[in-house]
Design a protein around this ligand. Sequence first.
Ligand SMILES: *Cc1c(COP(=O)(O)O)cnc(C)c1O
Length: 364
Amino acid sequence: MTAPAPKPWIMGIAPYIPGRSTTDDGRKVAKLSSNENPLGTSPAGREAFTSAAGRLERYPDASATELREALAERHELDPARIIYGNGSDEVLHLAAGAFAGPGDEVIYVRYGFAVYEIATRRVGATPVIAPDKDYATDVDAILAAVTERTKVVFVANPNNPTGTYSTREEIARLHAGLREDILLVLDHAYAEYIEGDAEDGGMALAARASNVLVTRTFSKMYGLAAERIGWGYAAAPIIEAMHRIRLPFSITIAGTAAAIAALNDRAFVEHTREHNARWRAWFSEEVGKLGNAGLRAVPSQANFVLVLFEGKLTAEAAYKGLMNAGYIVRWLPGQGLPHGLRITIGTEDETRGVMAALRELAGA
Ligand SMILES: *Cc1c(COP(=O)(O)O)cnc(C)c1O
């Protein structure tokens, strides 16, 4: 008997592994594995979500007019050039789907976001990995990886899982060094967490260049990961191509309502930003004190810190020890980081607690 054969490039995809929320023995403990907002969600967003319960029989507005107008107003953009999707993950898939295919190459960095590889392989394109510079994005390495087959370059800034940040100058240099027929996707999932809210100039590039797409999400800073609302901004022809392959109703009425309300709840965003900046600095400094035990915090501008284990205590042992102590973090052997743990900045209690457990494991 023969059976339907999946395309060979589909079978080349390693399935995405989401952050866990229970321990091996099924205990529900502090989840610091998916970079969610530890302060919850905007109260205004929650209320808007609830009030959408009266409209369940209706299809959502397929053109997401209200969401695009709210985003355009907040970020001073042209609403016609905004694309949206089921999380920014869908927008990343749309970018690969519209601009790459079999025979084409897609570049991303060595310790990059797992979705880039899936989005690339899904469309039959070939992933090309640019080496890092001590875990950070190396613009020269990306430019050196470009060939005549390159169609898309994905850069998360800040990057996940490293938390590293490329300056405005570096991003401008990257863009200037790319041919105009290569789409540069700047993934701004963590842009709101950058010190001083100083994004990398990507949005201005997307506004004026013909080959830059910036993607953003409501999943992190806005605390709406459950509702899957992401969006992107680029030149009209880029957006127009992506619309053709988008699912017609990929974002929900309740999620859209929550996103618009959350977007305008600046108090919640400010509170989250301050909380994260304070505890990210504290956590990184405390990890730094465990340098004798071989621990090192990669400098982060996101809502998580990548901790490297370069001494006697291994990342795997620390991962298991933290789980026993009630903290689920992200160990990433599948992403080339068997010696690293990505730890989300949690509440004050969670952050102090995970640090205390780390100290104990390190024998400090
Ligand atoms: C979390 C994350 C996203 C977005 O996720 P969605 O929930 O799909 O919007 C995108 N890029 C990076 C680098 C992320 O870490």
